[in-house]
Design a protein around this ligand. Sequence first.
Ligand code: HEC
Length: 118
Amino acid sequence: MMCMATFRIPCALLLLALSAPATVAAEDLPGREIAHAQEKGNCLACHRMPTDPGAVTAATLGPVLKNVRERFPDRAALRAQIWDASAKNRDTIMPLYGRHRILTEAEIDLVTDYIHGL
Ligand code: HEC
C-alpha cells in the first residue's frame, strides 16, 4: 500500500476501514446460545455446524449445517424451515420450533441470523 507522509491520515482511515469486520462473526451472535442450549433449540442434537468450532457434536440425524446462505439465499425460507419443518416434510423429526412454540418468534429470528451465517 502506498502510504506517503502526505497521505498519512487517509491511509490510517483506510486501514481502520479494512480492519473493521464486514459482518459479525457467527460465534458472536446471540442466536448461537439459543441454538446450542439443550433447553432451547438443541440443534446440536441433530446437526453438525462445522464452521463454528465451538459447536461440538457427533450428530448425524439432520443435514450438516454449512454454506447455509447458499442453500437458503432467502432468509425467510430459512426462518420458515426452523419455524415449521413439517411444511416441507410432513414426517420430519425436526421439532416445529415456531408452530409448537418451542421458541419465541424473537428467538427464532436470532437463531435464523446465526444459522444463516454458518
Ligand atoms: C431431532 C433432530 C433435529 C433437531 C433437534 C433439529 N433439526 Fe433441523 N433438521 C432435522 C432433519 C432430519 C432435517 C432434514 C429435513 C427433514 O427431514 O425435515 C433438518 C433440516 C434442517 C434444515 C434444512 C437443511 C437443508 O440443508 O435443507 C435447517 C436449516 C435446520 N434443520 C435447522 C435446524 C435448527 C436451527 C435447529 C435448532 C433450532 C434444528 N434444525 C434442530 C433434524 C433436526
